[in-house]
Design a protein around this ligand. Structure first.
Ligand code: PLP
Length: 450
């Protein structure tokens, strides 16, 4: 076999790309990354990029945090890997569960580990099916989510995800129902106030429950701020209105905090930023600051009691992954929680979020083709529009956001195109100076594309 020569050729020859615009890759090649420095990544040509995408939302402490690498090394030296089953569990797993319940909004609860956010959502669905079945309501299997939501890629979590691209897989499976996305700017009707919009969505939920029958619904899943849907904060009062309906029908509310958890919105949890108390939390990504693949279901008091009772009744909860509660992942997560909460990272997000918003608002106001700025904490999106006044989107094969992101990449800034929007979700360590670099490069790219 003739070996391809460059890194780019080798990447394309042997790798199946996921979530990648293939024409862009064929035309531009692949950025092959060798290492990172703080919030920067460096490629095989020694080019540095400020990664305003935090890897994939997760590298919140940057790419070379010595304390996290040390925690991993120490645990690999001590005890490199184990599961959390058959009456055995590593000490690190015990300590992490204790810590997660302590930092959760719950007064008590229980934790179950997975390798990813998708698996954590799948696990939560199976937990709901398991406990409703054990409680004599096996018909309670339908899952409610929202259009534009992102909950993962496994068959179940992809069915929960409300993105049209899942149609190519013949998904969603039956029994996954997607409600209106709570994006007031895009979904609100002419003359409808934000409060009226929220009330309409709560009524839609009532209507869907009436149509399907409350006794067929297992649970409702929602991201506090939709991430991969394009950074969509909820409309005013959304979670309060929705939870009122859910409570009336005894339907659990699960907060998918894979992105929002551990500081992204400016508080430890997104549900705290939007002032609601879920029945369980799904965590991943920031849980280990991206230094280990790991997910967790954190059950609040009621669900942990009900699930524990269901498990006791058959003497087992028959579910888990080989690496559930991996001790190295747990040691890293313990360190990551400490780093985010006690090394000023969470504080940095809280204190610099208004500066980030102001800088991006300035960019929006100086651009003729940005229709909306939305976000909170360190997660923001600028929506590109052909005509912002009428909210008319661009119509092009290669989306305008893809062109903006490609131009940013050329300039040494990584940001994510999502639909017609450009998403900026930098690591929590981003300084004021680095934020200014992000603004400068982004604005230069916008000026070049528009
Ligand atoms: N839930 C949310 C809110 C996410 O943003 C993601 C991933 O981006 C997932 C779940 C899936 O997590 P993973 O990619 O680790 O499977």
């Amino acid at each position: 076999m003739v070996q391809p020569q460059s890194w780019e050729q080798r990447a394309e020859e042997f790798s199946m790309y996921g979530f990648t615009d293939l024409p862009s890759v064929h035309e531009r090649g692949t950025v092959v990354v060798t290492h990172g420095e703080g919030p920067y990544i460096v490629d095989t040509n020694d080019k540095r990029y400020l990664d305003a995408n935090s890897g994939l939302w997760n590298m919140v402490a940057g790419f070379d945090h010595a304390g996290l690498a040390d925690a991993a090394k120490a645990q690999y030296d001590r005890f490199p890997g184990y599961h959390a089953f058959f009456g055995r569990m590593s000490d690190q797993t015990v300590m992490l569960s204790e810590k997660l319940v302590e930092v959760s909004p719950f007064e008590r609860g229980k934790v179950f580990y997975t390798n990813s956010g998708s698996e954590a959502n799948d696990t939560m669905v199976k937990m709901l099916w398991f406990l409703w079945g054990a409680e004599g309501q096996p018909q309670r299997r339908k899952i409610l989510t929202r259009k534009n939501a992102y909950h993962g890629v496994t068959a179940v979590s992809a069915s929960m995800t409300g993105k049209p691209y899942n149609e190519v897989f013949g998904l969603p499976m039956d029994g996954f129902i997607h409600l209106t996305c709570p994006h007031y700017w895009r979904e609100g009707r002419d003359g409808e106030s934000e409060e009226e919009f929220t009330a309409r969505l709560a009524q839609e939920l009532e209507d869907v429950i009436a149509r399907e029958g409350a006794d067929t619904i297992a649970g409702f899943f929602a991201e506090p701020v939709m991430g991969a849907g394009g950074v969509i904060p909820p409309s005013k009062g959304y979670f309060q209105a929705v939870q009122k309906v859910l409570k009336k029908h005894n339907i659990p509310l699960i907060s998918d905090e894979v992105i929002c958890g551990f500081g992204r919105t400016g508080n430890t949890w997104g549900c705290q930023t939007y002032d609601f108390m879920p029945d369980a939390i799904i965590s991943s990504k920031n849980l280990t600051a991206g230094y280990f693949p790991m997910g967790a279901v954190i059950l609040g008091p009621e669900l942990s009691d009900r699930l524990s009772a269901a498990a006791e009744a058959i003497e087992e909860f028959p579910h888990g992954f080989t690496a559930s509660g991996h001790p190295v992942g747990c040691a890293i997560a313990l360190k990551a929680i400490d780093v985010v909460m006690n090394e000023g990272l969470a504080e940095n997000v809280k204190s610099l979020a208004p500066r980030m918003e102001a800088g991006l608002r300035g960019i929006m106001e100086r651009s003729k083709n940005i229709g909306e700025l939305r976000g909170v904490g360190y997660m923001w999106a600028l929506e590109a529009c052909l005509d912002p006044a009428t909210k008319t989107p661009f119509d092009s094969k290669l989306s305008v956001s893809e062109r903006i992101a490609n131009t940013c990449t050329d300039m040494g800034l990584i940001c994510r195109p999502l639909g017609q929007s450009i998403v900026l979700c930098p690591p929590f360590i981003l300084t004021e100076e680095q934020m200014d670099e992000m603004f400068t490069k982004l604005e230069a790219a916008l000026n070049k594309v528009f």
